[in-house]
Design a protein around this ligand. Sequence first.
Ligand SMILES: O=CC(=O)O
Length: 333
Amino acid sequence: MAVTGTNQSPPALSATAHDGDDSLPVVLIHRFPTFTGSLFPSLPTHFRLLDLLTTDASNLQSATAILCVGPPPPVTPEFLDRFPSLKIVVCSSVGVDHVDLPECRRRGIVVTNAGSAFAEDVADYAVALLIDVLRRVSAADRYVRAGSWPVKGDYPLGSKVSGKRVGILGLGRIGSAIATRLAAFGCQIRYSSRKEKPSLPFAFYKTALDLAANSDVLIACCALTDETFHVINGEVMTVLGKRGVIINVGRGSLVDEKELVEFLLRGDLGGAGLDVFEDEPHVPKELFALDNVVLSPHSAVVTPESIGTLQDVVIGNLKAFFAGQPLISPVID
Ligand SMILES: O=CC(=O)O
């Protein structure tokens, strides 16, 4: 569901998301041109959808609600200036780093996200990346497919998952779901988060640096903010050490990608499992040849099984807003 921009002219939204009944509350759709809109088939039953890419701007002045699908291009002050009546930005993503939250707050605009709709999917994927990097599943698969087994013999052994010290950066819904899963694998869980959670049986470290110094694997799954931009930098990679592994299922810019590439090329890190990148869909080509790196195209986010839950959250937030009721998943920053 990672959707990115192109320079092509925007295709119209699919038949499942269109203008609809005039008596329904208006919701503006904000998307990249490549997003074709079949994600929420029930939306047009409840709302009149106006696609920002194909609707005349003069129709938009009185709109109070925008649905960001994707995430879409950034919601900046200039973007918000186009919609003077706006009161809510509903996001179909967990991460809302594409939205200028302080500016929304200043204008009295509320923002919602996907809540816990696909926390389990992201957590499952983080565990998959971790196991893949440590046990070299994808690399071994390539070895077999290349016909190397009969020629070169056994593939080098991977590293044990059970017992590893796993540091989770961001113990929100996704981080907690990762912790539960990896605790069941016998990993030693520790974390760093905005606030310590004393009720949890995991060691807390105040900084990413301290967390990395006490971990074999570092998993980034926190929100991308000014504070967490490049939170995994060269210093953190150095203390994580030559056998250390970085897993990123949050946002590309949580990790200093240039540094990461350098560390991996020099052999100063043990490996990485990356689902997100700083300039998606572009991935540093230097990583392609590294068998200790598993690359994935921003796929952790959701499964078809969770789309229904996501749709319920999105529609629930919009309905609550139009009914003047409490929102399901407001973003508190
Ligand atoms: O990356 C996807 C999301 O934030 O939902």
